[in-house]
Design a protein around this ligand. Sequence first.
Ligand SMILES: [Zn+2]
Length: 287
Amino acid sequence: MSLGTFASAGVDSKRQRAVPLPHTNANMKTFTPDSSIASDVIPSANYGDRNKGRLPDMIVLHYTGMPDVEGAIARLCTAGTDVSAHYIVLEDGRIVQTVPEAKRAWHAGVALWAGEEDINSCSIGVEIVNRGHDWGYPEFPLRQTAAVIALCRGIMLRRNVPSHRVLGHSDVAPSRKKDPGEKFPWHSLANSGVGHWVQPAPVVRGESLKLGTIGDDVSDLQQALARYGYGLPINGKYDGTTMEVVTAFQRHFRPARVDGVADHSTLTTLQALLASLPEEAKAVAAG
Ligand SMILES: [Zn+2]
């Protein structure tokens, strides 16, 4: 079914914004969507095989970061751009699948999580249509968030993805990426069983670790972030890399203040997250 058919099927047509779609490459074979709630398939030219048949057990959420939907879909589907994702979630909640889940989509780029570097091989990539930080960064509409939740729940069930492996692009590539960003409602996802979350500790005045700090407290922080999954060296120096990772952590888990400073609230929230990881994940983190 094309998006046009869907829009004209009378489903809330007044609120549907007409989404002009790029013409699908005639050479591209269509496929049956893996998710029963995907309304459309627009096959992307950009994908390959998962390395060594690695089965996906992670979901990486992105925003498209482009001014319009048409351009975003074209970029993710056209040969030569070298980028893609398995799913695109539109602002009105419609879900388009562009790469079969069995295949390796090209969404994460140079990335690292829990010691694993080929994030594209171990994950399902979901692009959420949002203009992003460079274009005004609007709020994520409720119906879009609801669609992301429903899509992720299905993937988690089918692929056995644990909650703590539903991540943002910024988590796996903190030095390069901000998406889906601090406005993304991770707490709403967690309320519906998607993603790992604890109530962030309140921001209070007090001592904090920041750029330039050296010492055991910084090593402890780096160790804790690495145990959770972030990629960073444990060297006791609050360097630029540490600051980027703390910033990524805050965007996801303590969005009230995203400043790269490890204050009491950041440290407490990180400890609470580590303590609430499932036992098998703790064993992996400790190893
Ligand atoms: Zn991204």
